[in-house]
Design a protein around this ligand. Structure first.
Ligand code: NAD
Length: 490
């Protein structure tokens, strides 16, 4: 039996003991996870420094604070999320109990990516634990130092059987994918996303795919370009552009292109100094393969800002490309690096058409002071998430679902959305062995009269919004029941 198979079997066996279902146990495990995030800050930061040359402040600000906030929220809200959720009643169910009972799915496989390895691996784990599941955690081999920290330290805090960490690359992940899971939560690129879905289909396993894509950023002429470009420069060059929701490219009117370039250039200098290579707040490309990929993406486009690089260090400076043609190399795939192409469009109609002709993006950014224009963008495009006048920040709002649509993925998480996504929403109807007369309309022999009553009860969707109305309707139902009883028992 392979190591992967053993880990899954152990997790399933542990799940069947039922301990992950108790709310007390879920809370204790979440508290352990919280303690892990606090006590192992040093190891986490050091590993990310080695993997991405990310600064300690950057790691806290862009990643671990968010994970801690997710754990805190789950601890605070778990009882509420896990409680039965009463739903609207109909005339047929007025005297019954009708509710949704969230229940654990079973064993969840979490496959993480390397760019924000804690957010995309431990983030979904928070939802999995909160929802009462077991989870097999497969961190990305690409962020090797971080993966080692997860493997070494997580089992010191969490139930090793319920939440095993399985490290490895493609071979190990594919071995895992042969096993049966109750949900697969994958973060990474779309090509592998298809492999995941194919493997999941063999067991009819539901999947969440947190993918990427090219997230457009439209800048309207009617906007404060100084502020807009500062926020865009921050959103683009954080983590060296290796952010799934980074603005991938800018769409703007040709008349503002020069100002946009100047403003972004000014902010690059302000954030990362004259020499970003020496700046502790500016990271590196994850590896040589991605470095080479990014260098080749620049081919055929004019560089407006920087373009400096150093292969030995996997360094590419914050770069802006101007007058980029839609068929340029850099516009054919997700950039996932510090290159910011500007494509000019002559109107908002052209921008909308440009966006809609391509895959549905994970994020869509609009910078404008015109509320009507923003509303139009919302109404006439589609994307995983949308933000006006800022970048990335929607990721930090736990009450918003985070996930893609179409080519940018399926499923969602963060806060209650993560809990719900990894729960089965069981519909429960509890009746009593009374009021049998009401049921006569559904028992043979079927007659036109009975069908008439059935129509009355089934087709009408009565809104039981307020208690007062509910009481009145209850009276009506009792009245109807009395009539039926009389009618059918005659
Ligand atoms: P990656 O190379 O770390 O791969 C992700 C995971 O898939 C890893 O655990 C890896 O072991 C596994 N994997 C890779 N190839 C596989 C194969 N052939 N079969 C089975 N498993 C395999 O990460 P990546 O794909 O380079 O990540 C970058 C992509 O992820 C970008 O497209 C980015 O936009 C996206 N992303 C999305 C989100 C989100 O929340 N939507 C977050 C981060 C990254």
């Amino acid at each position: 039996m392979s190591r992967e198979q053993k880990a899954v079997e152990r997790a399933r066996k542990a799940f069947f003991t039922g301990r992950s279902k108790s709310l007390e146990y879920r809370i204790s495990q979440l508290k352990n996870l919280q303690r892990f995030m606090q006590e192992r800050q040093k190891e986490i930061a050091e590993a990310l420094k080695k993997d991405l040359k990310r600064s300690e402040f950057g790691t806290s600000l862009y990643e671990t604070l968010g994970v801690e906030s997710e754990i805190n929220l789950a601890l605070k809200k778990l009882k509420e999320w896990a409680a039965p959720r009463p739903v609207n009643k109909s005339l047929m169910t007025i005297s019954d109990q009708v509710y949704i009972q969230p229940e654990p799915l079973g064993v969840v496989l979490i496959i993480g990516a390397w760019n924000y390895p804690w957010a995309v691996t431990v983030g979904p784990l928070v939802g999995a634990i909160a929802a009462g599941n077991a989870a097999v955690i497969k961190p990305s081999e690409v962020s090797a130092h971080t993966s080692k920290v997860m493997e070494e330290f997580l089992p010191l805090y969490l139930d090793k059987e319920l939440y095993p960490v399985v490290t490895g690359g493609v071979k190990e992940t594919q071995e895992l994918l042969k096993q049966r899971f109750d949900h697969i939560f994958y973060t990474g690129n779309g090509m592998v996303g298809k492999i995941i879905m194919e493997a999941a289909a063999k067991h009819l396993t539901p999947t969440t795919l947190e993918l990427g894509g090219k997230s457009p950023c439209y800048i309207d002429k009617d906007c404060d370009l100084t502020i807009a470009c500062r926020r865009i420069a921050w959103g683009k060059y954080s983590n060296c552009g290796q952010t799934c929701i980074a603005p991938d490219y800018i769409l703007c009117d040709p008349s503002i292109q020069d100002r946009v370039i100047e403003e972004i250039k000014k902010n690059i200098k302000e954030f990362y100094t004259e020499n970003p290579q020496k700046c502790p707040d500016y990271g590196r490309i994850i590896n040589q393969r991605h470095f080479k990929r990014l260098m080749s993406l620049m081919e055929g486009s004019s560089i407006a800002v920087s373009g400096e690089h150093n292969e030995a260090e996997c360094y590419i400076a914050p770069t802006v490309l101007r007058d980029v043609k839609p068929d340029a190399k850099v516009m054919q795939e997700e950039i996932f690096g510090p290159l910011l192409p500007i494509v000019t469009v002559n109107s908002v109609d052209e921008a909308i058409k440009f966006i809609n002709q391509r895959d549905k993006p994970l994020a869509l950014y609009i910078f404008s002071s015109d509320k009507k224009l923003i509303d139009r963008m919302i109404a006439e495009t589609s994307s995983g998430g949308l933000m006006a006048n800022d970048c990335l920040m929607h990721f930090s709002v736990s009450s918003l679902p985070f996930g893609g649509v179409g080519d940018s993925g399926m499923g969602r998480y963060h806060g209650k959305h993560g809990f719900d996504n990894l729960s089965h929403m069981r519909g429960v109807l509890l009746k009593q062995l009374k009021m049998e007369a009401v049921n006569k309309m559904r028992y043979p022999p079927h007659t036109a009269d009975k069908l008439g009553w059935a129509r009355f009860f089934i087709v009408r969707h009565v809104d039981f919004g307020s208690l007062g109305r509910m009481a009145m309707l209850a009276l009506m139902v009792v009245f109807a029941a009395v009539i039926i009883q009389k009618y059918f028992t005659d």
